[in-house]
Design a protein around this ligand. Sequence first.
Ligand SMILES: Nc1ncnc2c1ncn2[C@@H]1O[C@H](COP(=O)(O)OP(=O)(O)OP(=O)(O)O)[C@@H](O)[C@H]1O
Length: 322
Amino acid sequence: MNTDTLNDKPENVDEKSMPVLSVKNLTYHYPKNKLALDDVSFDIYSGEKVAVVGPNGAGKTTLFLHMNSTIKSKGHIFINGKDVADMNPTERVKEVGIMFADPDNQLFMPTVFDDVAFGPLNLGLSKEEVEQRVEEAIEMTGIADLKTRVPHHLSLGQKKKVVLASIISMKPKVLILDEPTANLDPKSKRDVLEIVNKLNADGMTIIISTHDVNLLSELADKVFVLNKRIIETGTPRDIFSNPGLLEENNLEASDIFKFFQLLSSIGFDCEELPLSFDEAVEEILTQMEESGGHIHLHTHDHSHEEMIKLRTAFQQRIERID
Ligand SMILES: Nc1ncnc2c1ncn2[C@@H]1O[C@H](COP(=O)(O)OP(=O)(O)OP(=O)(O)O)[C@@H](O)[C@H]1O
């Protein structure tokens, strides 16, 4: 795995630029000496889209609770060179917005509009600017039809979008999302994914914790495997290609990646295994175009016994997918 390259600044980043977020030697014990974070350090550069993955209890939420100083511990978090522990709340919300897994803890106003307007109003902006920011955030998250609704009466997917809008209206430089797609229906997952990717395309730096390995390659360009400490850093492909790492950290490769691993084991030629459904479709279409509508399996590389074994494994996997 090419972790050296990934730990370095991305190529498109100005040499002189500092990391937008720098976590230095964070160690945290909950009461009764329960170790949650063990000397965690990493840098994230402007415009990056990073996922933090790891088993239940790995310390992901604990890490995020440090980002707005909800909890403090040994170590430091710098945003644009300034320690978050030294920022006042107004300074902090302009730098970093965090969407936690449970939206109910972040919604408290009588209407959706008021919730989205609450932050900008407290920044002391003009009425026009507040309205403009609220409209933009509502438009970006597609919740115009919910403006006058009571936030606590909404569905989980709707609540998450309202929380996201209330954070976007603050225009933070860094957006942190704790399991943003958990418990959402497939359409709502896609909606969240699209919003996050649009924000990132507009320049926002994004950090996401997720157990949703099937969306990982779309949610992030770079992945930190956290298990109290940073175990590994890599692209989604690096992480999916490391069976030992996956096994030790209760992770799995995406279904598509596993399926194409299996296909390649029975002779499907593929330079890079697809990570997502879209990549798989692209790969298949390209191969079909190049070979006049056929997909070639180089089965002659295998003995008859091997083919029977692979066929059985293939069948079992297909049954599991069903
Ligand atoms: N308030 C608390 N008091 C004591 N221990 C806690 C508290 N909150 C979390 N922990 C413990 O700290 C560890 C890290 O928890 P954390 O919620 O940060 O993990 P996580 O990676 O977000 O997990 P998950 O993927 O299940 O959401 C776990 O062992 C958890 O039991």
